[in-house]
Design a protein around this ligand. Structure first.
Ligand SMILES: Nc1ncnc2c1ncn2[C@@H]1O[C@H](COP(=O)(O)OP(=O)(O)OP(=O)(O)O)[C@@H](O)[C@H]1O
Ligand SMILES: [Mg+2]
Length: 333
């Protein structure tokens, strides 16, 4: 059992293939791009790559390109010299330098602003750059990986992502399918999280019996493995299966493409019951519908500039990203 098997749980064909690929490229230093929906395990795969390589004892540095505004992101990545701008009262190394001899994961690369994409392209050629306000070149040796839950091909067509950068990153592409498309992984993952939580002294008498398992297999997991992990933790801690089941059924999964009919019905998408829905559910749906309407309008107005939209809506950028995901808003709808 190697580090891949210890970290990445799953018996489905795509997971087996992913682990195989990780072992093959572990010492290649070839740029890797990891794609897949939120919560499928992209960061975990990046960690597995790092820990399978000879760089394992060196730093693994992650920078989230969506969470940091453009100019700040630039200085975060490349550092700055003393006096580079007001407030720069000492030299600061960037994350690329900190990652020297280790691995750099550029998370949510699809949100990197255009001007930085151009700079990134140059940096990737020879891993050489200068700190902001500096003249001297700094050379680093690090393995560069990127992760995204966006369709970068689509972003390229819309002019939001540089095609040449895409090809430079896309030497090795690892796509992790959503959990609903690899249900063979559900049981082993549940068992894994159960023992993990048990080790963390989550005392439980909760029984994952046949009915529970059947439901969890059919549920479409819009939040993927992260959602499954949370569900297992909550059940072990609170054991409130009936309430949780209702909540899961109330989640709007109708926009997930390729969902089998019975699974959709099971997940509560198709209203078959003639009974009345609980008031709580109606309230939640009404609020979500109103939110979706307003947020869509603002996004449209700003040409899907999410930073501007967040400002107008007076919520944080992160909160907006969360809402977009939760409400499944899409530019093309
Ligand atoms: N195959 C797996 N085996 C064990 N744990 C997993 C697996 N896949 C995901 N996880 C766990 O699920 C959680 C989410 O994974 P991770 O953070 O890697 O997802 P992600 O794809 O990077 O999500 P996001 O797009 O939201 O950043 C983590 O706690 C991770 O350890
Ligand atoms: Mg991630």
């Amino acid at each position: 059992m190697d580090v891949c098997d210890r970290l990445i749980i799953g018996e489905s064909l795509p997971i087996k293939k992913t682990k195989e690929l990780i072992r093959q490229v572990a010492n290649s230093d070839l740029n890797v791009i990891i794609c897949g929906e939120s919560g499928v395990g992209k960061e975990l795969v990046a960690q597995a790559l790092h820990l399978s390589s000879i760089r394992r004892d060196r730093p693994f540095i992650k920078v989230n390109c969506a969470a940091i505004p453009g100019e700040l992101l630039e200085s975060e990545l490349f550092g700055y010299e003393k006096g580079a701008f007001t407030g720069a009262d000492r030299m600061k190394k960037g994350k690329f330098e900190v990652a020297h001899q280790g691995t750099m994961l550029l998370d949510e690369i699809g949100d990197m602003p255009m001007f930085l994409q151009s700079k990134m392209l140059q940096v990737l050629q020879d891993l050489q750059f200068s700190r902001l306000g500096g003249k001297r070149d700094v050379k680093v040796d690090c393995w560069v990986m990127a992760a995204t839950n966006q369709e970068l091909e689509q972003s390229i067509r819309e002019g939001r992502f540089r095609e040449d950068l895409y090809y430079r990153l896309n030497i090795i592409r690892i796509f992790i399918p959503p959990l609903r498309e690899r249900t063979d992984d559900i049981r082993p993952l549940i068992n894994h999280f159960r023992s993990e939580f048990a080790e963390n002294s989550y005392e439980t008498r909760f029984e994952f019996d046949g009915d529970v398992m059947q439901f969890l297999h059919k549920y479409p997991w819009p939040g993927n493995v992260r959602e499954l992990k949370n569900v297992v933790g909550r059940l072990m801690l609170l054991g409130d299966w009936e309430t949780l089941k209702e909540e899961l059924q109330g989640r709007d999964t109708s926009k997930i493409s390729g969902l089998p009919k019975e699974a959709a019905a099971e997940a509560g998408e198709v209203e078959e019951k003639k009974t009345f829905p609980p008031l709580k559910e109606v309230k939640k749906k009404a609020v979500q519908a109103a939110e979706a309407k307003l947020i869509s309008a603002v996004l449209k107005e700003t040409g899907w500039n999410r930073k501007k939209a967040a400002k107008i809506l007076q919520i944080s950028y992160k909160a907006l990203l969360y809402k977009i995901k939760e409400l499944d808003l899409d530019k093309n709808k």
